[in-house]
Design a binder for this molecule. Structure first.
Ligand SMILES: C[S@@+](CC[C@H](N)C(=O)[O-])C[C@H]1O[C@@H](n2cnc3c(N)ncnc32)[C@H](O)[C@@H]1O
Length: 238
């Protein structure tokens, strides 16, 4: 498996990194062995109309809801949340294989049975979610793409918001954290005026304070060390 061969399975433009430092043999083994068991695509099923969809009741038996984290980095937030919410099934999606290997390494040490992983571009997974199947979505410190000409590469564009609206249940939450004020501006612009979503904030404290039960991430720690201010934006699916 992985390395270049795996990286080349991508079928569309992706501007971020698929691989960082050369994978060590333990990381390769985690991706080859553990990922086989934990890949959410193991739970694809064919619906009566011949479509391939994730069967989330089989994927997460007995769990009351499914939460999705897009771009989990090394997975510390995903793992902490899964441990704190044992009645919820978690799907973590991350295209950066070094990060996926890092999460898999942590999962080997932990007794957690409610995380499945998609080690690729979220855009490729969206079509496999049943409609209205996800109760909470986290996008934490998405790649900032600071240059104006690259703003369309940001996550908060219709390319991602339309499929998210399809897979999120009514009243489901989309939680986005960023330390880039212009990213927050674009997020609010895209979501506040999107008929499928409503911004939950009522006062400044609502976007300045982390969510209840917040688990910090590696990028947030970097942001704080760099003197930047995190912002926490919550949108509700109408
Ligand atoms: C700036 S990092 C933040 C990582 C982590 N959430 C944190 O706060 O430490 C953004 C992550 O999103 C991932 N990412 C970006 N676009 C993605 C996509 N389309 N599908 C899956 N992951 C993606 C990147 O690979 C990267 O690891």
């Amino acid at each position: 498996m992985p390395d270049k061969e795996f990286a080349n399975t991508l079928i569309r433009n992706f501007y971020g990194k698929r691989l960082g430092r050369k994978l060590r043999s333990r990381q390769k083994e985690l991706l080859a062995v553990d990922l086989k068991k934990l890949n959410v695509l193991n739970f694809l099923d064919t619906t009566p109309d011949g479509k391939q969809k994730l069967d989330l009741t089989v994927a997460f038996p007995g769990k009351s809801s499914v939460w999705l984290e897009v771009g989990f980095g090394s997975g510390e937030h995903l793992l902490d949340h899964a441990k704190l919410n044992s009645d919820t099934g978690f799907i973590g999606c991350e295209i950066y294989l070094n990060g996926v290997a890092s999460l898999l390494g942590k999962l080997r040490e932990e007794k957690v049975d409610n995380i499945l992983v998609y080690p690729d571009d979220i855009r490729n997974l969206f079509p496999y979610f049943p409609e209205q199947s996800v109760t909470r979505v986290f996008v934490l410190y998405p790649d900032p793409w600071p240059k104006k000409k690259h703003h369309r590469r940001r996550f908060v564009t219709p390319e991602h918001l339309e499929p998210l609206a399809r897979i999120m249940k009514p009243d489901a939450q989309l939680r986005i954290a960023t330390d880039v004020s212009d990213y927050a501006r674009q997020t609010v612009e895209q979501l506040h005026f999107n008929p499928n979503f409503e911004w939950e904030a009522e006062r400044a404290a609502d976007w300045k304070r982390p969510w209840k039960g917040w688990q910090s991430t590696r990028y947030e720690k970097k942001a704080l060390l760099g003197g930047r201010t995190p912002l926490y934006l919550t949108f509700r699916r109408n």
